[in-house]
Design a protein around this ligand. Sequence first.
Ligand code: 3H9
Length: 697
Amino acid sequence: MSPVVSYALHGNIGVISVDNAPVNALSHAVRSGIAEALTAAYSDASQAVIISCAGRTFIAGADITEFGKPPQEPSLPDLLEQLDNHPKITVAALHGTALGGGFETALSCNYRIALASAKVGLPEVKLGLLPGAGGTQRVPRLAGVEGAISLMTTGNPINAKKAAELSLVDRVVNGDDLVAQAVAYAEELVAANAPQKQARTAQITLTDSDRAMLNQQRTQLLKKTRGETAPQRIIDCIEAAAELGFEEGLRRERELFMECMADPQSAAMRHMFFAERAAAKINSLPKDTPIVDIQRVGIIGAGTMGGGIAMCFAQVGIHVTLVDMSEDAVKAGLDKIAKNYAISVSRGRFSEAQVASIMANITPSSSYQDLAEVDLVIEAVFENLAVKQEVFKTLDGICKPCAILASNTSYQNIDEIAAATSRPSSVLGMHFFSPANVMKLLEVVRGAESSDSIIATAMTVSKKIGKVPVLSGMCYGFIGNRMLRPYSREAALCLMEGATPAQIDGAMERWGMAMGPMAVGDLAGLDIGYKAREQLTEEQKGEPASYLVADRLVEAGRLGQKSGAGYYQYDPETRRRMDDPAVMEIVAATCAELGINRRTISDEEIVDRLTLALANEGAKILEDGIAQRASDIDVVYCYGYGFPRFKGGPMHNLEAVGIPRAVARMEEFASKLSAQNWQTAKTLQELSTNGGKLADV
Ligand code: 3H9
């Protein structure tokens, strides 16, 4: 028998147990082990067979690390065919997360028993795939078309109770010994001479309203999952389930699954799955690095950012002391938080009672003295070095010696902030993204003296509050905003050289960005960049063509969405953006002043300039040791800057385009546009000639 699958008789019930840590993925050894056990059960004394798992979860899916490698028999569809045709009653015993191919295995059993704490789901769409082992054919037959669409196109798991309501689970139980309960259930089924229920034979009919819903969902998904191919193929499969027979439907599913596998989108999304997990790991940290248990947090600044950060901690039960200069300022901050939660309640995300207990975790204060006992302080005050240094100096005098002092700065030098304290090893950056209660990214910024322990603690607490943390070294703008500069520069230069805001944003959004750069500028507020530039020297600001229009917009009172106009005008009711001739007048006047002759710019040039500017700076960030690995940069951009996951982040996208091709294009830009702006990163030049991979840098 396989080393990861065992089989034993418990009386007249055969129990297959999979033990393939960490998540019992369906590796070749697991598939062949289950196949052998099923074969053994054909002729032994068992009257029913249970598939169960050891460890923290039932099978969490196909083994993603095997994708793209030569297939090894038995395939999962072959195994499930064997299971489906098994002569004995089959029962899946579910705990933890039964996902993807794991849930499809369970769906091929005659019955499913689940712990109430278990979750089931088909998350393949998050990997650019569709359930490829019968899930698209079995789920609609059991749960109906509506339930199937939701489960497969969101990829979000559902709990056992909901699964039972959808007829995806037959019995929900409590308690510890799931296997014993599954054995008792199987004995019961045997005693009752229960039929060998098969999802494949369940009737499915497509009513007119189902058909209308499928069409409506298809259209909505085109908008909601813009650019992604897997959700549309999932709808195709559900249609096939309803219109073709089971076998024919399975063939259609297989065909579309193979199309997804060959689609670069899936390679990109699988890259992101592993990138996200790798980002949480810090290469240089010793395994026994102590992690501080964070129970009380202080947040300084009750503005939008500080309030959002407070919500993140309060929601997971960590007590927050929210401090601002005056009682009025804290009260205004607290009111804003309450308003945000009222919206969440109206949308059904939280109940009134949940919100009440979250709000009870936030204590307002206008005195730093109230931070004496907190374990972690996050400063979110005005973006000015002197102001921040003053705050840290004060904290140094008040906070307990083991407290961690973090700044939420986007640009300031953590070492200079740390120097204002007597404990620089306790100081680091924790850079949240706006809105802080929504955005998943958190850059953990290591100062020259930050201790291993505070870095490890920041990574751990970030995960606890539901963030995806990425470690960054110290440089202006850290990983994300440092890369944003050349990206924004190219956007601004395209505007000057011939494009309009709508063309630039349209090109980038059709390519896949959640929002184009001009619209992002308007959303964030053009005054932010303006104020940041005020603190820079002329040389640091770069060429005037890259910022003069933005400056003039701000000077004309056009701060972006908040003032009703920026690169666009905004409808006060709907916030819909509209082109504004006044902007193009400013552009024309600035071009005349700088002697720039406008020309026709193609969408392709815009996309190439912006995406290559990002990746080139990313490569320099790697060279400088600011990011630990190329995939961390991809995580930063996909989780913090609206880069499409289906393109896998700027660095993965560069490799997908081909590094030699990308380098040739950058050299073309250097000769035609600006040698200064297009200095190709040394790493990329090397990889272009030696054929190496960014993952090995
Ligand atoms: C599929 O099933 C296709 C079929 O329809 C058709 C086939 C024909 N494979 O996330 P964690 C690793 S597609 C290989 O940190 P958690 C993961 O990389 C699949 N490895 O734990 C990590 O490794 P490391 C559909 C996997 O407790 C370690 O396990 N299924 C897989 O926070 C721990 O993972 C999915 O998409 C895998 N399938 O969350 C489910 N899964 O320690 C994907 C995990 O070296 N998995 N690893 O970094 C998950 O969503 C989460 O891992 C899970 C546990 C919720 C299960």
